[in-house]
Design a protein around this ligand. Structure first.
Ligand code: SAM
Length: 321
């Protein structure tokens, strides 16, 4: 479907849970996931599949599962298989912290998963424990290796650029792309939800990083990509920049987001949400399509995050970044 600004909407990001097995400082408040959404409010697999079927019928062909941490949702492999069976869906990816990936990568691939994005902000076990409030770095490293072995490639590593925390490790991240089919993507810290994003960490823009690594050369941009991609000379992988603040990717935004409690967010960076749970629970296929079409109609031309717009109130773990 084409929205009123001429953008083709072909991608649905599905948050399957607000629960997470890490507590990243910039993502959620110290006390954890905050008020957890009760299980009865969370969409069941059947309801998610009904929404995805309706989405596929209006031209959405790519899905991404996220969270919270999608791999903590019980029987997530069955959901991947169910989504993979929908006519018109030709790509299913997952964004994960990688903690449970080593044990699940094989079954996820067999169920139809195409690729994984893995979040990793540091290679130092102590710093990893600090930023995630207790996580085990080695599990993530083994998760990345398992994803490569299973062909869930190219693996994309999402690194939130945090001044005073991981800016001394950027070179190590970039080096990873030399010999491996890995895309490292630096994400600008975004002011979202109740996490204290500013506390102790400096904002770093993509330009700050590019200035430090003049050897990075621009790649041909992928259609609809939210990252500006570069590569080292002769490198196998890529280095991308996701810069929601310093650049707008809104002109090529092709997404809708479905939260785990059944709301459609037409735009990550504003607070509007449209209920689709009632239609998914009690309505017909046409009712669900109607909500999706209305949501596409509500997509804004661009976000105003850095122009004094109201802050985003929903925590990132309840949106699924
Ligand atoms: N648990 C999964 C994971 O860790 O990838 C999926 C959910 S997590 C909310 C998705 C992505 O959002 C992660 O890459 C995380 O680093 C990013 N993220 C969370 N809070 C952010 C913030 N305030 N600014 C920028 N990125 C953020």
């Amino acid at each position: 479907m084409i929205d009123k600004f001429g953008r083709e909407i072909n991608y649905l990001r599905i948050s399957v849970t607000d629960r997470c097995n890490l507590r990243c400082k910039y993502c959620m408040p110290e006390e954890g996931c905050g008020n957890l959404i009760p299980h009865s409010e969370i969409l069941s697999f059947e309801e998610i599949i009904r929404v995805a079927e309706a989405a596929a019928s209006i031209g959405i062909h790519k899905l991404r599962l996220t969270g919270g941490e999608p791999l903590v949702r019980h029987s997530i492999v069955d959901l991947v298989a169910g989504l993979n069976a929908i006519d018109g869906i030709d790509e299913i990816d997952i964004t994960t912290n990688g903690i449970m990936l080593e044990e699940m990568a094989h079954d996820l691939k067999a169920a139809g998963l195409c690729r994984v994005n893995i979040s990793l902000d540091t290679f130092d076990p102590e710093k990893f424990r600090e930023i995630t409030r207790g996580g085990d770095l080695q599990k993530v490293i083994r998760g990345i290796e398992a994803a490569e072995r299973e062909g869930l490639t190219p693996v994309k590593i999402n690194c939130v650029a945090l001044g005073g925390f991981n800016d001394d490790e950027f070179e190590q991240f970039i080096e990873l792309t030399k010999d491996r089919d890995i895309t490292v993507r630096f994400i600008e810290l975004m002011p979202i939800g109740s996490a204290d994003v500013g506390e102790g960490y400096g904002y770093i823009s993509d330009q700050d990083i590019l200035k430090r690594f003049p050897e990075l050369q621009p790649c041909e941009q992928e259609l609809f990509s939210v990252s500006l991609d570069y590569h080292l000379p002769e490198a196998k992988g890529k280095v991308g920049f996701i810069s929601a603040l310093s650049h707008h990717f809104c002109g090529t935004c092709n997404k809708l987001r479905l939260t785990s409690d059944g709301k459609i967010k037409p735009c990550l960076h504003n607070n509007e949400e449209i209920d689709i749970k009632r239609a998914a629970r009690e309505g017909t296929h046409e009712d669900i399509v109607r909500v999706l079409v209305e949501s596409i109609d509500h997509k804004v031309a661009r976000h105003r995050l850095n122009e004094g717009a109201d802050p985003i109130t929903r925590d990132m773990n309840k949106i699924g970044g």
